[in-house]
Design a protein around this ligand. Structure first.
Ligand SMILES: [Zn+2]
Length: 319
């Protein structure tokens, strides 16, 4: 259960042409499942959108990477949402993965900060503190299902591994990390390795030994390794084979249409008040910080629409 980040001295920049993505691997006669991800660009995008402090960017980047890893096999309308509720300065973090590699999320207190640890690392455990990790899975049919485990250390990787072992009953190793300097995110990524039913004890020992001696994934990504190379390296000695590859990107599901429906759902009194103002109404998405502006005339038109949609307001706002 590795989980570390490092702060690099200023002035060192590194551009990498590779896009974000993930690779899935099965090993040890399909009894070990490994997913590795490179999330550098999406973590950088998310951190910039939310104007995160360096330590929040590290914590948020780890959780976004965790969502990408846990959402690797999603299909159709399925989603997995990781939510940390905590008593540390960041107060809470949300990261969500949808099929097709769309990752999004937000921190509750993006500007919270903690000094670097004595070894020069981001104090992710300190900025998160104590609390719970909630994992919500949304399926193609039926209601979403949420389960939660207490945070082990607030370092995210350990907390995700603990959740998988306790709640999903799947022994797992999770390593997630963000490498950054004062000018921004240099590399981000991670891997998850899980023992499936029928896994042999000797294979587990091989995996443990490999992981213990591996450099941290954010360092490997900084060196230019691709997700499939990292996943194969984790499964070394266990006859690993690549099962899938996918792109990853930061993507929000908000739209002007959704915001319009939300405004209609406010009801008569609020819409009348907004329509009577001389200033436009601005709605900011809390996930991607995109701004949607509505003129007073547009708001008044929505007010008329709200009148005719009166009986169906609950339906309109539930999406
Ligand atoms: Zn959005």
């Amino acid at each position: 259960m590795l989980s570390h980040d490092a702060a690099e001295p200023a002035g060192q920049t590194h551009s990498d042409p590779n896009a974000d993505g993930l690779a899935g691997v099965l090993a040890a006669h399909d009894t070990v499942r490994i997913v590795a991800a490179r999330t550098t660009h999406l973590v950088a995008t998310a951190s910039q959108l939310h104007d995160c402090s360096p330590t929040v960017a590290a914590a948020f980047g780890r959780l976004l990477t965790g969502a990408a890893l846990m959402g690797a096999s999603l299909r159709g309308p399925e989603r997995v949402t990781l939510q940390i509720s905590c008593d540390g300065p960041v107060r809470g973090l949300v990261a969500d993965a949808a099929a097709g590699g769309a990752i999004r999320g937000y921190p509750l207190a993006p500007r919270a900060e903690r000094p670097l640890t004595t070894c020069g690392k981001f104090d992710v455990g300190g900025i998160v503190g104590r609390g719970f990790l909630h994992v919500t899975r949304t399926f193609a049919i039926g209601l979403p299902y949420t389960s939660a485990t207490p945070l082990v250390s607030g370092e995210i990787g350990e907390d995700l591994a603990y959740f998988c072992a306790q709640s999903d009953q799947i022994p797992s190793v999770v390593a997630v990390g963000v490498l950054a300097n004062p000018s921004g995110i240099l590399a981000a990524g991670g891997f998850i390795a899980q023992l499936l039913p029928g896994a042999r004890e000797e294979d587990m020992h091989v995996l443990e030994r490999t992981v213990r001696h591996m450099p941290h994934p954010s360092s490997l990504i900084r060196q230019g390794l691709r997700p499939e190379q990292i996943a194969l390296a984790v499964g070394a000695g266990l006859a690993p084979r690549i099962t899938h590859r996918a792109h990853l990107r930061f993507a929000c599901t908000c739209s002007r249409d959704r915001v319009t429906r939300m405004l209609i759902g406010l009801g008569h009194d609020d819409l009348r008040e907004l329509g009577e103002r001389s200033q436009p109404t601005e709605v900011v998405c809390n996930v991607c910080r995109r701004r949607y502006t509505f003129t007073p005339a547009e708001i008044r038109a929505l007010h008329v629409a709200a009148d005719s949609a009166d009986g169906t307001r609950d339906t309109l706002t539930s999406g």
